[in-house]
Design a protein around this ligand. Sequence first.
Ligand SMILES: CCCCCCCCCC(=O)SCCNC(=O)CCNC(=O)[C@H](O)C(C)(C)COP(=O)(O)OP(=O)(O)OC[C@H]1O[C@@H](n2cnc3c(N)ncnc32)[C@H](O)[C@@H]1OP(=O)(O)O
Length: 231
Amino acid sequence: MTQQEDQQEELAERRAAVAELGAAVRALTDAAVVSEVDDATLRSVAAAVAELVPSLTAARRERHERPATDPPGSGHRWYNPVIGAGNPMAPPVHVELVDGRAVGTCVLGLAYEGPRGYVHGGISALLLDQILGHAHGASGRPGMTISLSLRYRGPVPLNTPLRITGWLGESDPGRPSDADDHGDDRQPSHAIGTISTADEPDSVLVEARGKFIVPNRKQVQRIFGGEDFAR
Ligand SMILES: CCCCCCCCCC(=O)SCCNC(=O)CCNC(=O)[C@H](O)C(C)(C)COP(=O)(O)OP(=O)(O)OC[C@H]1O[C@@H](n2cnc3c(N)ncnc32)[C@H](O)[C@@H]1OP(=O)(O)O
């Protein structure tokens, strides 16, 4: 086996272990928010869970440090709060590119509740921001959201397969003088997205419009210390 194959195998093993913990803690979160057991049981589970924390934080990363799951160049975010298998907060949404559109699927449990039985509006915004980001990144230049507006047309049901779709709209006219100054393409992209149930994909429950930019070199330096932020 070559050194590169060795590293790939190690990475796959690490990601699998991280995903396993993510799924277990996600199940714990789901159990915690649906549970109606007695107070003594809640307290004994809380104590048992608190005891587990030090075994995880014995080796930890800090802000700006890459996790072992996301080596430079991989383009992965294993702990992303929407799609990351390793993040218990993520449903996680499974995203595919279909004919240039980003299509996400997930089921949201009671941990994501806003109005009783329905998804919290902030969670819908989170999912749409991510899916619009995928639609923008599909062109090969991942960016950052500079504006996001939503229209909530109907409540999004919990415990129901959902479909989140994002695509690119028309771009703003360019800013040639800025492009000269920064050496970058300064045209924000417009992205559009929707949430519907998987059973009724044409019945739009939430609609989003966002604007994305590709940070120029100076911005990447200022915000991320020069590291290629998307890789
Ligand atoms: C495949 C991968 C999938 C990944 C999906 C992930 C999705 C998640 C996406 C996110 O959530 S990103 C996180 C949320 N967004 C941010 O945190 C961005 C915060 N905003 C900023 O840091 C600054 O506003 C920014 C660096 C974007 C710009 O600040 P600057 O001080 O450099 O520019 P300025 O504010 O002076 O901008 C002047 C104008 O140029 C525009 N502009 C600035 N930089 C630009 C640029 N690089 N390209 C095009 N236009 C640009 C800017 O929008 C503005 O337009 P308007 O006058 O129309 O408002």
